[in-house]
Design a protein around this ligand. Sequence first.
Ligand SMILES: NC(=O)C1=CN([C@@H]2O[C@H](COP(=O)(O)OP(=O)(O)OC[C@H]3O[C@@H](n4cnc5c(N)ncnc54)[C@H](O)[C@@H]3O)[C@@H](O)[C@H]2O)C=CC1
Ligand SMILES: C[N+](C)(C)CC(=O)CC(=O)[O-]
Length: 321
Amino acid sequence: MSPIAPESVRRVACVGAGVIGGGWAAHFLARGYDVTAWDPAPDAEARLGRLITAAWPAVEQLGLADGASPDRLTVTDTLEDAVAEAQFVQESAPEKLELKRDLLAELDAATASDVVIASSTSGYPMTDMQTTAARPGRLVVGHPFNPPYLIPLVEVVGGEATESWAVDWASAFYTAAGKSVITMERELPGFIANRLQEALWREALHMVAAGEATVADIDASITEGPGLRWAFMGPCLTFALAGGEGGMAHMLDHFGPSLKAPWTRLAAPELDDALRSAMVDGCADAAGERGHADLVAERDQGVINVLRATGRLPRRAGEQA
Ligand SMILES: NC(=O)C1=CN([C@@H]2O[C@H](COP(=O)(O)OP(=O)(O)OC[C@H]3O[C@@H](n4cnc5c(N)ncnc54)[C@H](O)[C@@H]3O)[C@@H](O)[C@H]2O)C=CC1
Ligand SMILES: C[N+](C)(C)CC(=O)CC(=O)[O-]
């Protein structure tokens, strides 16, 4: 196998151009790549245009690569045209296992054999998705975070039929493309971050379903509390500080036994109509007058402010530390 050097890639294909595929397209355009995109929805091109227009002020604040421009996007009529010249493919189609299997097999058939194809799946192991592809050795998971043009993390992991060069190549490519990469040695449903997020999400849904907390309480409990610390220090080091000068050892000796308290013993809640309505109505109340575009702009500026405040993005001239 002689794939192109990851740092020499110039042309990337985004297949599936919704929230995440569109976000990937914005990211790759901002990093100076030529991007081809394909999505079967009739309104996909217009939606993608709106997403990239909304994202561009944010990516400009991060700093554009030389030559970066939204004009370097080509939306194609067929999947084959999108990937024909691509040096890397990012698949971001709906989270349905059969659909992913068929699509990855189609992408495999339409793409040169040394091109790595990554899936944005938020939870399926690649082993389960690569079953029908003729050349599964170059299929990897590249799990992003919303929006991919601002949140640095990508989790990279292969399946049982993935060859190790493809995992290494994908990790090197994402790094060259400005992402922060965790390369996983073994498959884990939900990878690392979603396994953690889903534990929190499961408890949030249970509390709303049982009337124990409102959507607003749950959001404030994170934004006014642990979320402030998690932007720059993970849960393990944060809790090591909870042990004072005794660190993690004292923290575990002191609070470890409370892990056995019945705080959480719950399986995933039933997503019945009542819970669905409580979540949808609670989010509508929390959003108030703000529409989708307002919330996207607010989130994007918030992430940029956090990146700046934590030194991951240079401060602007005259800005105080
Ligand atoms: N929304 C999120 O926060 C995140 C989603 N993901 C993953 O990204 C992937 C895409 O999710 P979203 O962008 O949220 O969904 P979405 O519903 O916003 O977009 C999916 C797009 O795929 C298109 N599509 C439908 N059938 C297709 C096919 N056969 N081939 C190609 N495209 C097709 C749809 O027209 C739509 O534009 C999923 O695997 C999801 O798990 C990963 C990280 C975060
Ligand atoms: C909601 N989600 C499970 C699809 C979220 C992700 O996969 C990652 C993220 O953006 O938090």
